[in-house]
Write a protein that binds this ligand. Sequence first.
Ligand code: ADE
Ligand code: ZN
Length: 350
Amino acid sequence: MCKSSLHSFLQALPKCEQHMHLEGSLSPDLLFTLASRNNISLASADPAFASPEALLDRYDHFSSLDDFLHYYYIGMSCLIHETDYEQLAWDYFTRAKSDEVVHAEVFFDPQAHTGRGVKYETVVDGFEKACQRAAAELGISTKLIPCFLRHLPVEESPVAFAQMEPDLGSGRLAGIGLDSTEKGNPPQKWKEVYMVAKAKGIRRTAHAGEEGPVEYIREALKELDIERIDHGIRLADDEELMREVAERKILVTMCPLSNVRLRCVKEVKELPIRTFLDKGVNFSINSDDPAYFGGYIQDNYCAVQEAFNLTVKEWERIARAAVAGSWCDDSRKNALLQEIEATITKFSSA
Ligand SMILES: Nc1ncnc2[nH]cnc12
Ligand SMILES: [Zn+2]
């Protein structure tokens, strides 16, 4: 819980999440349940998979993005059936509801499943069922965003894109992303597939400037023509680029607890949140891989509040930027803004 007096306001504030990997919401408990149901033994892959407790303990000591990804990919290998994917996403949506998430745009990694022999449709059908339930039973609107894995040969991305394309065209998927090992995998390697997507009117985002340098952010903007920047913590290293991002109102989807766990920064205070507010950069606060990084979205909001002591007005700016940078339609955006304004009015007059 936040120590701050703004805690009850932050808890009640309707939230939009744009940076959460569904596979990163796989809790150790669900991981062991699925592994046992699907007769999968993970302890032979890494001794930390001995028990949920041992695994949680290991999650406290990630040394880098790649160190985390090692566990992330082994963990998700217990996902086999459509119901596994549905259960995973439903688990996340119910947890998100308790943090007042009202709109969630969630990533997933199709290649990490098809590469193990799981059918693409199994993954998307399972996630889509959970999304439909989230809308009907929890009032949470959702968008699904498949990512290309940048540790895989770029030559594999057109095959993955061909599988996604009908769903991107129909709106079942909202756009494309790029994730996994950043260092040594500059964004421009994915230029071709991103330009094909752009020509078809498909929305684009990419992880950039998480472990990688600010040049990767510049390159992702220029070569991939992305509409959002995922993480983007290195943006403050380049004043001119930061000005451009502010002017173009490009949303930076920040993930504070992730950045600390993966040692991109030593503490939340080091993140350029004050700089972004001062320079007019639009950003949102997100959980990235909440089951691995010790906190869901509300924990991330609290960590930012502890570190920067923001005002209600500044949180209003963050909440409004999150809505503006979302990929839902204008009528949903207006409804989200009204919910946010109602909460702010209630707390301002209390
Ligand atoms: N924080 C992160 N960075 C890059 N790829 C990821 N995949 C899941 N989480 C990620
Ligand atoms: Zn991420």
